[in-house]
Design a protein around this ligand. Structure first.
Ligand SMILES: *Cc1c(COP(=O)(O)O)cnc(C)c1O
Length: 430
């Protein structure tokens, strides 16, 4: 397989765009490869500038649950474009999409649309602080909540400590209100609450997808809810990735734990830039113009993005069983690959939630970021490169989640498992 044209395109991009990409993970840095430059997508496939075709398990990092160029989404977008790209004034499509979102989530009475997941989370945190009149927030090591300053804090040690910024350009003063806890470890959360009586909210990915796929234990989420209630703090479920991907009706529907605020993104825009945050009416009443907490956006709720989101969520609404079908395929894929890996003496940890799948080359179950970091990164890089060569496009980092779309067929899954068998044999023999 030749990737000469991609290499050339990457070289030119690097001369004009930092790292040649507009979002860092796209650069294939962690697997030491060269990114594939895409010309088009079709269903479950991606096509590159060299004319190669890949089965796509990235699906634009989540949004495309119906695959590339889904007919109803494409038609809705084209129709919307013909009426104007943006008005900066309300449209009925916003109310329609809000109605749909509210119908999916028990914990959401009202919702506001923004243009990215980052924006949704940033605004939800401000709302939680405004509502409680407190400053501190608790986040979990290994959870990603977008690239806003206060949330760009990762691990120190496993112990809960006041956070240090994980990027230059973020003043320590901006992250001193961000307390870190360990995922699935309630003691570390208790320590945060012992250290601070000023905690506005705990934010968590209830189905973590940014340290590989690591779902939170049900019991842990229940305990989080109790601690938040006992201390008058809000619980935020960041479902920018897992919303409409891991479940149809939110993590609350499979865990029984109701969050105070939910953040959404990715699938909600059907491939267009949309984020959202929602909560019960009492909390949302704090938001401008009803309340004093300011939040705004020139292109928020723009008609083209709303049309794409409406088409995507309408399809999900009409076919709620789709998530079960996707989960069966996702499970078959990772169980199949695991079996082939084991036949070659490679241990794999695999898991799925809805259309999300994850795998680690790891001897032990992965419960948190520290566990995830003990996975075999070298083996993952080899696996990634060899599968790409076979025509299967997996996320280029072991800390990412994979996605099945409705366009991913059983035959593609079988082909992927077969290719993985070949790849595992090659890796272990040489
Ligand atoms: C992707 C993601 C975000 C950020 O969304 P963007 O649209 O990339 O800004 C936030 N939280 C979670 C859980 C995500 O997966």
């Amino acid at each position: 397989m030749s990737t000469e044209a991609s290499k050339k395109a990457f070289q030119e991009a690097q001369s004009l765009i930092p790292g040649g990409v507009n979002s860092p993970v796209r650069a294939f840095k962690s697997v030491g490869g060269t990114p594939i430059f895409i010309t088009e997508g079709e269903g479950a496939y991606l096509k590159d500038v060299d004319g190669n075709r890949y089965v796509d398990y990235v699906q634009s990092w989540g949004p495309l649950i119906f695959g590339h160029r889904d007919e109803s989404i494409e038609t809705a977008v084209i129709n919307a474009v013909k009426h104007g790209l943006s008005f900066g004034a309300p449209t009925e499509a916003e109310t329609e999409l809000a109605k749909l979102v509210v119908s999916f989530f028990d914990s959401i009475d009202k919702v506001r649309f923004v243009s990215s997941g980052t924006e949704a989370v940033m605004s939800a945190i401000r709302l939680a602080r405004g509502f409680t009149g407190r400053d501190d927030i608790v986040k979990f090591t290994g959870c990603y909540h977008g690239h806003s300053d206060a949330l760009l804090v990762e691990a120190g040690s496993g112990a809960a400590t006041f956070g240090n910024p994980s990027s230059p350009g973020v003043p320590a003063d901006f992250t001193k209100h961000t307390l870190l806890a360990e995922y699935n470890n309630i003691e570390s959360v208790k320590k945060c609450f012992a250290d601070s009586s000023d905690i506005a909210c705990v934010i968590i990915e209830p189905i973590a997808g940014n340290m590989g796929l690591v779902p939170a234990d049900k019991e842990f989420l229940h305990e989080l809810r109790e601690i938040c209630d006992a201390n008058g703090s809000l619980l935020i479920f960041d479902e920018v990735m897992s919303g409409f991907r891991g479940t149809i009706n939110g993590a609350e529907s499979i865990t029984g734990v109701k969050p105070d605020i939910v953040t959404l993104g990715k699938v909600i825009g059907g491939g267009m830039p949309v984020g959202a945050f929602g909560a019960r009416a009492e909390i949302m009443a704090q938001l401008s113009p009803d309340g004093p907490v300011y939040q705004a956006g020139t292109l928020s709720g723009n008609p083209v993005a709303m049309a794409a989101g409406l088409a995507a969520l309408t399809k999900l609404k009409q076919n709620a069983r789709v998530m079960n079908v996707l989960n069966e395929r996702a499970t078959r894929l990772v169980e199949g690959m695991k079996k082939e890996a084991e036949a070659c003496g490679i241990t794999m940890q695999v898991d799925t939630r809805g259309s999300m799948f994850g795998f680690f080359f790891n001897d032990k179950p992965v419960k948190n970021f520290a566990d995830a970091c003990r996975s075999d990164a070298e083996l993952f890089a080899k696996f990634h490169a060899a599968m790409l060569e076979e025509g299967f496009y997996f996320a280029c980092s072991l800390y990412e989640t994979g996605f099945i779309s409705t366009a991913t067929t059983d035959e593609m899954i079988e082909d992927t498992i077969k290719a993985s068998a070949k790849v595992f044999k090659t890796i272990t023999n040489g």
